[in-house]
Structure formats: C-alpha cells, structure tokens
Design a binder for this molecule. Sequence first.
Ligand SMILES: *Cc1c(COP(=O)(O)O)cnc(C)c1O
Ligand code: SF4
Length: 323
Amino acid sequence: MEQYGRAFTRTEPLLEHLGLARDECPYRLGSGEGQPMLVPVSLAGCMRSGDWYDPVLLQVLPRAEEETAREGFCRDPVGDCDAAVEPGLLHKYGSRVLLITTDACAVHCRYCFRRGLHGRAIRLERGALKRIVRYVRDHADIVEVICSGGDPFMLPCATLREIVEPLLTIEHVRTIRIHTRVPIVEPLRLGAGIEELVNDIACRRTCVVVIHANCAQEITRDCRAKLQRLRAAGAVLLNQSVLLKGVNDSADELERLCRTLVDTGVLPYYLHQLDRVEGAWHFEVPVDSGLGLVRQLRARLPGYAVPRYVRDTTGASSKEMLG
Ligand SMILES: *Cc1c(COP(=O)(O)O)cnc(C)c1O
Ligand code: SF4
C-alpha cells in the first residue's frame, strides 16, 4: 500500500473513519466550497476517534461558518498581493524575500490566509525563475530567501533543487529557509532526496526549515523520525503555529506543544495571531486572551521555548510583536 499521497477529500469518509455519525454533529458542517477539503490519511491517523472536537480535526473540517461573511475579514488581509515584485516573489521585509514555489499543499487548513492560491496550479517557469534570481542578485541587502507556497516540499526534489541551486551562487544570500507543513501532516512524503537537498544547502549556507504544528498531538512518531533526519542533514528546525480557537487556545495545550517541540529538537518560533481572512472568523482568539496565554507560557517554560506572539500587518516592515 502507498505510504503517502492518499487523502480524504470528502467529509463523509473522514467522519466514517473517525466513527462519527453526521446527524450527531454538534456544529454545522460546510460544503468546503471556498477551499476543497484535503486531509492526508496520515494526518487523519493522529485524530482521536469519536471526538467531534479533536483539535486536529477542527483544523481541516469544512464548517458552515466559512460561508458566512464577517466584518473585517477579507480576501488578502496581509496585503501580499501588493508586495509582489516579480510574479512569485514577495519583498515586504528588507533583508528577506519570500518565494511562492507552488500553490500545492499536502493539507488544506481551513484558516489558511493563502487559501486563494490552492488549485491555481502555480509553477515557476524557467523565465520567471530567471527574473527572480536576477532580482535577488541585484539586491545586495537580501540575505535570506524563504521558499514558501503552498508547500515547497510538495515539489519533486529535482524541481526544488532547480529553484534553490541558482540562489546558492549568490554571495549575499546567506540563508535558505523552507516553510513547510509536510513533516507534520504527511512525513513519509519526504524521501532521501529531500534530505540530500537539505544537506547540500546546509553545507554551503544556513538551512532553516520552519514547520507548522498547532498542537502536540500532530507530532507523531513518523513526524519525529523525519524531523530528526532533517536535523541530522544540517537543518535548523523552527516551528510556527497559529493561535486557533478550540485547537490550542489554552496554556496547557500550548505548553504541551512547546515541550514536545523542544523534545524533538525544534524551537518554537512564532505564534501567529489569526490573519483575518474570509471564512476563518470562527477560529479567532482575541489578542487579549493571546497575551494572557503567552504570559502563562513565560512562567512555565524556559525563554527559548516560548514562541514570539506576532501579527502580520499590511505595509509593516516586519511582523508586529504582540508579546
Ligand atoms: C513572515 C514573512 C516573512 C518572514 O519574516 P520573519 O519575521 O523573518 O520570519 C517574509 N516575507 C513575508 C511576506 C512574510 O509574511
Ligand atoms: S499548509 Fe500552510 S499554506 Fe498550506 S493550507 Fe495549511 S496553512 Fe495554508
């Protein structure tokens, strides 16, 4: 049987897999029209059976709330569309650029602010990549290139290598960073080729891999094993989370997450205040509550294990520190 690449794309089979009867659902399910459902079988494997409020399930299950508009929630809340300097390249923050390598993700998170990308079949054509490399070469203040998306680890290794190789020839690019959720939601997708690529980057520059876990339950045995291999290959591992109502909005859950990350060799980097994207309002935790949670974390954990609580704001020159 295939070890990865199988996913639930409809609500019924997922509910059935979890032993949940649709007519007993305590909340209203949605059609997933704005963003089709996509849940790797491996991610479903870490959900608790029979629990409508499982924190992993809540991140991926289409809800009726997605289809109702809310004041203040819009399509491009962080102004990304205005920050594109070349197709596929965002240059919002002086010293680093963000490269949209693909629109594909292994999972569709219901709160995602880039959800508009999914299904747009974004590919970096040779010409676009050339222009991007020229832009980075011409801007000596760019010291870091962030490969994002979508999820760069969804690309065939050879494709990701084609993107990264020319960047490694630019003297002022000191760090290649990869933003990915694959090690969490579908760890077995990462093969030896990716480890080699990470190792090749790490031998020449600093290679930072930022994963995205929101609760401790997501860090399964397979996930740990894969992260350890990436670390052995030379990657610096960081995690970003989004503060999500019903998922990780308690000090106990956040503490468990941070401790599990540190145990796995991953430092908590960011805890993001939810971006106010259309259809995600039911996940929002008020900033005041977030500040209280981070204060509790500081009392319970060593400093390096407490993520920075941040918000992305349109037009700012870095993320806004909340606490
Ligand atoms: C978050 C973000 C970055 C990276 O910011 P760091 O604070 O260095 O993690 C870069 N570009 C864009 C557009 C971003 O949203
Ligand atoms: S993995 Fe990241 S980019 Fe992809 S849907 Fe989830 S939050 Fe969005």
